[in-house]
Ligand binder design. Structure first.
Ligand code: SF4
Length: 382
C-alpha cells in the first residue's frame, strides 16, 4: 500500500504563503472548536452496513441542527498521569465539559495568541471559502454514509451515539476498507482529547492491515500550502494516530471518562437511542453497556500505519493538487502536545506567532487588537 507524492506537481503549482480563503479555513477550524458535541446518525450505504447506524459528531459549521463541535497514544506519553488544572485555565473555563479537541491543539500551534483572542472575544464569521470547505467534507462523507437524525435527551445519549458512530465506522473499515468522519477519543497527558478523522483506508485482502489515516484540505486556489500550513496538517494527523493507537492498545480509562464528563454509567439511555443502538448491533441499556462494546471493538484494531497522508484538493473542481505523505514522529508530537497543554493549562501566557511566521498576522482578524502590532512587542511573551 502506498500513497506516493505526485512527483512533478511542485514544478507547476505555485506555493502560496497564505490566502484569505486559506486563512478563513484555518479560522473555520477555530470556530469548529466551539460548542458542545452531538446529533444525527449515519447509515452506511453498502449492503453489509444497512444494519449499521451511527451518529456523527459533526463540525459546528456543517451543522444544520445546532452547534456541534469536534468530539474530537503513543510512545513516551503517560496517559494515567494527572496534570494539575488551575481553575482559571482556558481548559477549565472553556473545555471543562467536553475535553480538548485536536483542532484546539492545531489552532494553538498556528498562534496561541490568536486562540486566546478567539476564546475571549468570540469566533469569526463563516466565509464563502469556509462554507465551501465544509460542504466538500460533507460530500465526501455522504459517499460512504447516510445520515439520519436521532433525538438526544441527555449527555449520556450524546456520548452513546458517538460510541456507536465509532463502532459502525470501524465495522465499515474492516469490511469495506474505507470509512470517513470517524470520531476518536483518548486520555492524553491526563487530559481528555477528542477528534474526528476525515478518512481511514485499510486493505481488506492483504496481510498487512495497518489502517492509513488521511486528511483532505480544500484550497480556494491552485496553489500549494506554505510549510507552516503543512506542518499544522501533519500535527493534526499525528494527533489522530496517537488517539487511534491509544484505543487500539485498549488504553481507555472508563472510570476517569465517566468522572471527567460527569456522566452516569448506569443512566438508562433514551428509547430512541436504545432502538438505534440495537439496530446497529449493539443492544445496550446504559452507557456502561455501550462502552463494553466499544472497548471490545478497540481490541480488534491494529495500530495505524506509520505513514500518514495529507491531500490537497482544489475547491472549484475537487481535482487533486498534491499529496503529502509523511512519517509519524512521536517525539515531535509529544513536544507539540506538551507545549500546547502548557497554554491550555494556564502554566504560561500565550505565545505570539514566531517572527519568521509573522506574515500570519496580515490575515488575522485580531490583528488590530493584538499587542504584537500595537506596542512594538517582539512577541516573546513566554
Ligand atoms: S496578530 Fe499575529 S500574533 Fe497576534 S494573534 Fe494574530 S496571528 Fe497571532
Amino acid at each position: 500500500m502506498g500513497y506516493s507524492q505526485q512527483p512533478t506537481e511542485p514544478l507547476h503549482i505555485p506555493v502560496e504563503i497564505v490566502s484569505d480563503e486559506e486563512m478563513a479555513l484555518i479560522e473555520a477550524a477555530l470556530a469548529a472548536t466551539a460548542g458542545p458535541a452531538i446529533s444525527p446518525v449515519r447509515f452506511q450505504r453498502t449492503a453489509r452496513s444497512i444494519q449499521s447506524i451511527t451518529l456523527l459528531s459533526k463540525r459546528r459549521l456543517s451543522s444544520e441542527t445546532g452547534p456541534i463541535g469536534d468530539i474530537e497514544d503513543a510512545v513516551g506519553f503517560r496517559p494515567t498521569q494527572k496534570r494539575s488544572r488551575p481553575a482559571y485555565s482556558f481548559l477549565h473555563r472553556f473545555r471543562r465539559k467536553r475535553g480538548l479537541s485536536v483542532t484546539d491543539i492545531t489552532a494553538t500551534e498556528w498562534c496561541e495568541k490568536q486562540m486566546e483572542f478567539f476564546l475571549l472575544l468570540g469566533k469569526p464569521e463563516a466565509t464563502k471559502a469556509m462554507k465551501a470547505g465544509v460542504a466538500r467534507h460533507a460530500v465526501l462523507e455522504e459517499e460512504v454514509v447516510r445520515r439520519v437524525k436521532v433525538r438526544v435527551k441527555t449527555p449520556e445519549d450524546a456520548w452513546a451515539l458517538k460510541f456507536i458512530n465509532f463502532m459502525v465506522g470501524v465495522n465499515q473499515l474492516l469490511f469495506d476498507g474505507l470509512t470517513r468522519e470517524l470520531p476518536l477519543l483518548g486520555f492524553v497527558e491526563g487530559i481528555w482529547m477528542v477528534g474526528v478523522i476525515d478518512e481511514i483506508r485499510m486493505p481488506v485482502t492483504e496481510t498487512e492491515k495497518s489502517p492509513t489515516l488521511v486528511d483532505t484540505k480544500t484550497r480556494a486556489r491552485a496553489s500549494l500550502p506554505s510549510e507552516p500550513q503543512r506542518r499544522n496538517g501533519r500535527l493534526q494527523l499525528m494527533c489522530y494516530k496517537y488517539l487511534w493507537d491509544n484505543l487500539a492498545a485498549d488504553k481507555f480509562p472508563s472510570r476517569q471518562f465517566f468522572d471527567f464528563f460527569a456522566l452516569n454509567p448506569h443512566w438508562i439511555l433514551s428509547e430512541d437511542i436504545r432502538e438505534n443502538t440495537a439496530r446497529s448491533g449493539f443492544p445496550a441499556e446504559t452507557l456502561d453497556d455501550l462502552i463494553r462494546y466499544f472497548r471490545n471493538a478497540c481490541r480488534t484494531l491494529p495500530q495505524a500505519h506509520e505513514q500518514l497522508l495529507l491531500r490537497y484538493e482544489l475547491q472549484e473542481d475537487h481535482s487533486l493538487l498534491n499529496e503529502d505523505q509523511f512519517e509519524y514522529d512521536s517525539d515531535w508530537l509529544k513536544g507539540q502536545i506538551q507545549g500546547s497543554l502548557e497554554f491550555w493549562m494556564g502554566e504560561r501566557e500565550a505565545k505570539y506567532t514566531p517572527a519568521e511566521e509573522r506574515w500570519k498576522c496580515k490575515f488575522c482578524q485580531f490583528a488590530s487588537v493584538c499587542p504584537i502590532n500595537t506596542n512594538n512587542s517582539d512577541g516573546n511573551s513566554t
